[in-house]
Write a protein that binds this ligand. Sequence first.
Ligand code: XUL
Ligand code: CO
Length: 438
Amino acid sequence: MAREYFPGVSAIRYEGPDSKNPLAFKHYNPKEKVAGKSMADHFRFAACYWHCMKNGGGDPFGPGTRNMPWNTASSDPMGVARDTMDAMFEFLTKLGVKFWCFHDRDIAPEGRTLAESHRNLDQIVAIAKKKQIETGTQLLWGTANLFSNPRYMSGAATSPFPEVFAYAAAQVKKAMEVTHELKGQGYTFWGGREGYDMLLNTDMKRELDHLGAFLNMAVDFKKKIGFKGQFYIEPKPKEPTKHQYDFDAAACHAFLMTYGLVNDFKLNIEANHATLAGHSMHHDLEYAASNGILGSIDANRGDELLGWDTDQFPTSIYETTLVSLVLLKHGGFKTGGLNFDAKVRRQSVDPVDLFYAHIGGMDAFARGLKIAARCVKDGRIEKLVRDRYNGWGKDLGKKIEAGKLDFTALEKIALSSPEPEARSGRQELIENILNEYI
Ligand code: XUL
Ligand code: CO
């Protein structure tokens, strides 16, 4: 019997909105149907290894503070890796979350050589594979950490140094193999240091070409090993570098089209990355979904006053409602899911805080989904939008959309027409309708 890391916590159950039990769901009821689908199927919630198990809460001003017994019981790094896997699966099982995500270096320690790192990974993956089967847990996506080791300080696929590019390729190849071995439903590329700190020392075009070539090699390798999971790119505008090439959903879309990758990748949109880019999560999701490249979500939030990637757990019902509206409008996740890429605060030092954090996030999304579903069913907002664009269903709009009129023809029409009528966008009314449901 493995040691119990969360004693005093049993399986988290749905107890309904009147429950005062802090270790129960008040709104997330996995089997309950909303808009024709169970809540579990809408969200496909995942927990991430790096923040749950490895991030001790360190910040630029001080080290980690969290009490993480799985990281300290053994003096041997592989022992720690095995203990941590026990703790992660105990956590997932008690929380009732069916998916998980990891970086290669979260689950197994980096060895003295690449070959040793590969061997370490293989040993831990064999354990994870067993645990997945025992618990019915699935891997939402795997990924490679191409940003922590100092070798990647100038980038991985965009490093100025071909030896680093080769090392990164070897690491991604192995991470893809183990993701495949664990029947991962996806594989994510987050360009941790694919960007620049200074343009004057950077050959931007060359770096972008290398990133395009690297991802094309990944597509080729995926086919070679028969991995059917979905590839994702995760946009982020900055941090750690001053400028990341995968800045936001639109920049990723342009990049994917430029390098012939748009049919092989979708996006993994992260809330606080979108806000760091000066957008809202709503914006980046809508951009991705309406261009057919919304794949998965990393859920979290920033702090309005801090301005960096704080990765807090989502609590705003308004935000979760907007996310749910996009998901409902575009038919929900296919391969992706909602991964909490979020960490407990530095003062949340107890293992049980991990449960409070995830329960809160899942309940916040459950409420957002129910609100969004009622709003869609009501149909008033949709009707206001339909009415706003109704000109495109009439003669002039139809001809423009069909490409039947050129500038000369349009000038003729404008010259002989009265000034276009001013029509309200009804912003406040729409905000009021949404608030009726919140
Ligand atoms: C970093 C971030 C990553 C990716 C996976 O901001 O979000 O954890 O999700 O590499
Ligand atoms: Co993320």
